[in-house]
Design a protein around this ligand. Structure first.
Ligand SMILES: Cc1cc2nc3c(=O)[nH]c(=O)nc-3n(C[C@H](O)[C@H](O)[C@H](O)COP(=O)(O)OP(=O)(O)OC[C@H]3O[C@@H](n4cnc5c(N)ncnc54)[C@H](O)[C@@H]3O)c2cc1C
Length: 301
């Protein structure tokens, strides 16, 4: 939970807080995605910053209907959550706010698009079984300007280049939703199945190449790199590059833009949304131990 002060005397503003999300309905999108629409009274204070706004979901163990945490207090929840017995502890997973809106009745709804990648993984399994009325907890944005919005192109940007795999497609689509008419975008979206090529609604001047995955591991990265190498992004003086998806592929794509296309590394925003062979617990444990690769644009490749 982040608390910031604009100067030493200003009152602290909590950027994030706990929300209780209740499943309102679900809808299958394409081959791999399930859209879960959440409601709940606490969402009245939810303030998505849009673009690639993310949040942390707490999902209950398979034998529990709703998420229960011993504390949702800003100062004590983390220790209380970590102290729970393994079999009772909800898993924490990162997801994107695909859309926040107000219904005609005035209620707030939030959509999250889950990639269904099998029953062995807790979040994918939870989403596959989600039914109306199920309640989970989330740490989400209470103010629209918060550090979980990573897409921050400088004002001088004259073209946006994007790469996303399926886990980052909700974020990419949400970014495209909000770009001004005529913004020049060149995007490469990698999906597991032809039916996942769901064209985002956008006013931007977006040229999208869909890459339907053919292999696994290193092969998938090579497929993406070969498509990128054969493409000619539009000429741009000040490009901004946004990359998100499987960590190994994201690193390789970042290297492509910095080393092969001479993009200033500070203009590349890259995020590993997941890593082949590692659960989010393992990634978090590495982050706590200081071993995770830095997302700092200035970091070494
Ligand atoms: C900022 C951010 C935003 C994200 N937004 C979204 C989003 O909107 N929608 C979305 O679906 N995901 C999103 N993700 C990715 C999601 O958090 C991970 O895919 C997460 O690992 C899923 O949790 P799980 O319990 O299903 O699998 P885990 O228990 O974390 O992983 C179990 C195994 O499954 C593998 N795995 C994880 N995800 C996938 C996958 N998609 N396909 C194949 N294998 C996988 C892991 O490598 C591991 O071997 C986001 C991640 C971040 C960091």
């Amino acid at each position: 939970m982040t608390v910031t002060t604009s100067d030493d005397t200003a009152p602290a503003v909590a950027h994030f807080r706990f929300f209780e999300l209740e499943v309102v309905r679900t809808r299958r999108l394409g081959h791999s995605f399930l859209r879960v629409t959440f409601g709940g009274e606490s969402l009245a204070d939810f303030r998505s910053g849009g673009f690639d706004q993310s949040l942390s979901l707490f999902l209950p163990p398979a034998d529990q209907e709703h998420t229960v945490l011993p504390s949702t207090d800003e100062d004590t929840w983390f220790a209380a959550w970590r102290g729970m017995p393994d079999e009772e502890r909800p898993v924490m997973r990162s997801y994107t706010v695909r859309e926040q809106r107000r219904t005609p009745e005035g209620a707030v709804e939030v959509d999250i698009d889950f990639v269904l990648h099998g029953d062995a993984s807790p979040a994918s399994r939870w989403a596959g079984r989600a039914v109306a009325g199920r309640r989970i907890l989330a740490i989400g944005p209470a103010v629209a300007e918060n550090k979980s919005v990573r897409f921050q192109p400088p004002a001088a940007t004259d073209a946006i280049w994007m790469y996303a795999d399926e886990t980052a497609l909700p974020a990419a689509a949400s970014i495209l939703d909000r770009l001004a008419a005529g913004t020049r975008v060149r995007a490469w979206f990698e999906v597991p199945h032809e039916d996942d090529r769901i064209a985002p609604d956008t006013l931007a001047d977006a040229d999208i190449t869909w890459i339907v995955r053919e292999g696994h591991g290193r092969e998938r990265t090579e497929q993406v790199l070969s498509v990128l190498r054969s493409a000619e992004p539009p000429a741009a003086e000040v490009p901004y590059v946004w990359l998100a998806g499987e960590a190994g592929t994201v690193r390789a794509v970042r290297r492509h833009f910095v080393q092969e296309r001479s993009v200033d590394r500070r203009a590349v925003r890259f995020t590993g949304y997941w890593r082949l062979g590692a659960s989010e617990e393992q990634l978090l444990a590495e982050a706590y131990a200081g071993k995770a690769p830095s997302e700092d644009p200035a970091s070494e490749l």
